[in-house]
Design a protein around this ligand. Sequence first.
Ligand SMILES: Cc1ncc(COP(=O)(O)O)c(C=O)c1O
Length: 413
Amino acid sequence: MNTFHLTNRISRSVAKAAWKKARGESVLPPALNAQTLDQDDVALARAWLYKREQWHDDATVTRFEQAFARWNGSKYAFAFMGGRVALSASLAALGLRAGDEVIIPGYTCVLVPNAFHYAGISTVYADIELDTYGLDMNQLEQRITPRTRAILLHHLYGLVARDYAATLDLARRYDLKVIEDCAQATGATYQGRRVGNDGDIGFYSSEVSKVFTTIMGGVVVTNDDTIAAGIREHYAQTPYPTADWIERQLQNVLLHYYESKHPQRWWLREVAVARYGAGRLHNMPLEEQQGTRPVDYNRRMPAPIAALGLNQLRKLDAYNQQRRTNAARWHQWCNTQGYRQPLVIPESEPVFLRYPVLVAPEQKHQTDWALHNHGVQPGLWFKTHIHPVAWPVHHCHNADQAVQQCINMPMLW
Ligand SMILES: Cc1ncc(COP(=O)(O)O)c(C=O)c1O
């Protein structure tokens, strides 16, 4: 983009902001992504762009893995380029093989079933409940077949799943492995322990929309020595991403900071997009939406991303606390509007990645009311059962309702 076009775009942003102000609208509705990125992360990303010779420094990665394991109360942690990759890297270590079945929620992200399908493992969908959007215990047992080897439960929107303990119990009775999808719930606790530690493995995401971010990234933890040995074997054969990818990822830290977090982002985003927009990383490339495994899927986390992870981890408790405090605004809103509040189960501490609410279907379809009345643009996770694709999922009636009616509110502003 040349200077003329950039100046033009900035002028348009300034005019748009002035117009919104004049109409009494919020110039800067809170963004949903990258809310834990700060100036220190930007400075770190900039510094690492000039330290190419250290991009494969194993010691930095190990420091992040050890810090994450310590903070999370886990024995082992392994860092990859995404939660999906961390999950995929653990399947063989869990003893799962092609032809096995795993039960997963019928309301999730396509990256989750993909990780199994790439390994030839079938996914069987079970319904969710509408208090925390976790697996519904009432229908779970009916989904178990002689081929079932594992249950994947999730803690969605940062809420600890309502039927967490009961699901763990059921899995134990049937001798099934438990995978905890904590991609949206890093730091949430149940009975004083961080989620992800009660199953056989737990995995976490530091993708750009999550409670902490390295733009893309993920960690898997386990407390089991044998499973850890299996993951380590896989990990040892996993390459780092290319230098080109690492460079783009670091530039994406700057792009997202100026686009979603900087107080002057209403015009600075134009500069960031002009400078880095062409290298934008997409969390869900088309091939993954189509169920195809990308050639560069299986990648471990390199040093610059681990360094960012370490920096984010230092701030995560404070940001999670802020999310919990801010939840009071939406609790109150639910009470006054007569909406159902999401459930915080006894002995749990959620992290409220987003605040999920069931609204009328037409309010999900057209969300201008939220901007006008509350100055926010809600998130729409999930618009399909297997976000963002329309794979058919049968007999999951609560999930059908969530698809029609669940919107989610931003938590940091
Ligand atoms: C519930 C859930 N599980 C798994 C994932 C995959 O995480 P990642 O994007 O780090 O691969 C995501 C998000 O992208 C998610 O929302």
